[in-house]
Design a protein around this ligand. Sequence first.
Ligand SMILES: [Zn+2]
Length: 426
Amino acid sequence: MKQKQTSPVLQRLAESYARLVLAVGQHDADYVDAFYGPPEWKQEAEKEKLPLDAIKRRASAILAELRTVSPARMDEMSGRRHQYLTKQLQALVTRVNMLQGTTYTFDEESRSLYDAVAPTYTEEHFQETLRELDKLLPGSGPVSDRYSAYKDRHTIQTTQLDRVFQAALAESRKRTAAWIDLPAEEKLTVEYVRGKSWSGYNWYKGAFTSLIQVNTDLPIAIDRAVDLASHEGYPGHHVYNVLLEKHLVRERHWLEFSVYPLFSPQSLIAEGTANYGIEMAFPAAERVEFERKVLFPLAGLDPSGAEKYYQVHTIFQKLAYAGNEAARKYCDGLIGRDEAIRWLTEYALMAPARAEQRTRFFDELRSYVINYNLGEDLVRRFVESQGGTPEDPVKRWGEFTKLLKSPRVPSGLVRQTASANQRPAF
Ligand SMILES: [Zn+2]
């Protein structure tokens, strides 16, 4: 059988793409989320300060050349790389258009930047979930008030925050390392910060190290400990970046993976795998047990309430798309800040201060919000369509790990999911 070859052209185009990402970073401080590649690339981008129009011309030239090389003649990984570069470059052009003043609707923007469009839900859809919570939550009055009061009673005492968070991180790491081969030198540090629009952030520094920042502006409820530890750390962002560095940057010398443009399809994969990673590391029953035995006592909470708390939490998660609806209406100018805050308090059950913080996230990152919940759903459907169901953890972690360490784009995941589901069952 004739061996399929990796294209040397692709290697050159990939480097041009990576340099172009750094060039956009000269105009947009949020664009380059991580870079640990050759320092001279960055120095050149700073020196050259390529104007936006010139960036677009170069992007078009790379895209045109990409079209001349056929992924069908490449091995599977190179084919994926070709698709990845194409989608990332198309998103780069969209971002440059936005920097030049082009406005897109929320859905147009998410399709162009993140290669996906979130489904639309009406208020009735969320009301059904609110009725379920109404039955479960103690007290009387509006569900949003009772939910806020219930969450307030499950806040981690400030003095215990670091101990709780470190315990959640250690457990997430242990559970992930049981399935994924992590380099011995991987390392993660935690910092507590204030005055941000997000609640947690992973800054990947290269050399298998991450800095996680946790925002302490608002009280932190107990569920955030495991959520943040798994999402930002293990097997979420930190592990994703570690595997890309290990398998693509170091082993294959695919240096374009040493730069991560925030407003790109890669973000949907990153946020989707990070969110799905929470239930990978902590299947529901195991999570309740760990919370009851370890985290609730550490946080100064009554462990007997852990089971009920996660019953409420599971139902609450069905409201995740309410945040997208608020963002879509707000970004499309159909509602103002006050109405967005009302939507978020009523349907996403956020306390008013949290909802206000979220609208500032909408201002900064707009359609980025879809990457979390739609990303999680796309990743879950994909992993399960490949046989990685919760009943088969070996296959599940295997598929998840393969996804983390190869170039992927959201529309490609959707296509593969659909074709796997059409295969006849034996
Ligand atoms: Zn994230």
